[in-house]
Design a protein around this ligand. Sequence first.
Ligand code: NDP
Ligand code: GDR
Length: 378
Amino acid sequence: MKVALITGITGQDGAYLAEFLLKKGYEVHGLKRRSSLFNTDRIDHLYQDPHETNVKLKLHYGDLTDSTNIIRIIQEVQPDEIYNLAAMSHVKVSFDTPEYTANADGIGTLRILEAVRILGLTNKTRVYQASTSELYGLVQAVPQSETTPFYPRSPYAVAKIYGYWITVNYREAYGMYSCNGILFNHESPIRGETFVTRKITRATAKIALGLQSCLYLGNLSAQRDWGHAKDYIEAMWLILQQDKPEDYVIATGITTEVREFVRMSFAELGIEIEFSGKDENEKGVIVDVDSSKALELGLNLDALKPGQTVVKVDPRYFRPTEVDLLLGDPTKAKEKLGWKLKYDLPALVKDMVLSDLNLMKKDEYLKQGGHQVLNYFE
Ligand code: NDP
Ligand code: GDR
C-alpha cells in the first residue's frame, strides 16, 4: 500500500485529492492547521474514527511556516508521495500579507524538500509542488506552455516562483523525484468563496432566491483558462507516476472573460443579462427571464424584471498589478501523461451554480423563519 502526505488537505484540491487517493487504496496523511473553529468541512465525509483499526485517513496538526513539525511528520509518515498543496492561495490577499505569503508559499516548499533530503528519503519520496499559471503573469506569449518565460505580478506569484525553482533545483542537485504541476485556474462547488467563480455562482443563486440584490466585482475583462478541480487533481497524481520527473502545464486550452462567466452563471438559472457601460461604470442588467427554466429548478423569479441591474463594478476588487490573460497549452500533459478532461466550461458552471442553488436554499429557509442571513461581499 502506498502512503501519501497531502499538505493543504482541508483546501479545495486537497479534499478532492484525498478522496481520489483513498479510492486508489492509498493510506493518506494530511497536514492541517490548528484553527479556533473546525476547518475540515471539505473532508468531513472522508473522516475515519482514529479509535478504529485500519484507519486510512490520518490528520496531523502542522504549518508550512514551521520546519520542526514538517520534519517530524515526514519522519513519522515515511511517505512515498508528498503533494505540497498548502499555500496562502489568494492573489489579492497576498498584497496585504506579502511576507507571510513568501514564508508559507516560497520557503514552505523548501522546508518540505529539505526535510525529505535530511531524513534520507531522497530516493523514496516523490514530491509534487503546486505551481501556478500566475507565474506567467504579464503576458509574454500565448498560449503558455512549459517553456514560456515567467513574469510574476503579485507577492503570491513571486513566492510561487521560488517554490517552482527550488523544486527544479532539488531535482537537479540531489536527483530527487520532485515536479511542478503548473496548473491553470481550476474551480468546483467546493472552491473558496472569495475566488471569482465561486463568488459569482453563490451570488447568482442568492439573487435568484431574493437573498441578494447585486453582485459587486472587480476587473470583468480578465481572461482565465478555467477547468474543473476534479480533472486537475488526477493530473497531479499522474505527474508523480512517471519514469522521469518533469514539469507539466495543466490547462483546458480555452480562455474566457470574467464577464462571460457571470453571464453563463445567470443563464443557468434562466436569467439573461447583458453588460453595458465602461470601466468602473459597467453594469450587468437583466434583459429576459425564462420562467419555464426557473420553474424546472423550483425558482420563482417574479421579482426579477428586465432593466434591473444585478452586477456592478467595485474598484476595491481591482489589484495593484493584474494578470490580464491566461491561456494554457496542455499538449505535453495530454501526450505524455495521457491526461484527459472530463469537464468543459459549461459543465463546470452548471455544477457550481446548481450546487450553490441547493446550498443557498438553506439560507432561504432561514430567512423565511425570521433568521438573519448575512451576505459577505469579499
Ligand atoms: P485553497 O486555498 O482551497 O487551500 C489551501 C490549503 O492550504 C488549505 O488547506 C489551507 O488550510 C492550507 N494552508 C494555507 N496556509 C497554510 C500554512 N501556512 N500551513 C499549512 N497549511 C496551510 O487552495 P486550492 O486547493 O485551490 O489550491 C491548492 C494549491 O494549488 C495551492 O498551493 C494553490 O496556490 C495552488 N494552485 C491553485 C490553483 C487553483 O486554481 N485552485 C491553480 C494553481 C495553483 P486552511 O483550510 O486551514 O485555510
Ligand atoms: P486568480 O483567481 O487570481 O486567477 O488566482 P481569482 O478567482 O481570485 O481571480 C480571477 C480573476 O478575476 C478577477 N476578478 C475578481 N477576483 C476576485 N477574487 N474577486 C472579485 O470580485 C473579482 N472581480 C474580478 C481578478 O482580478 C482576476 O483577474 C487563482 C488562485 O486559485 C491562485 O491560487 C492560483 O494560483 C491561480 O488561480 C491560478
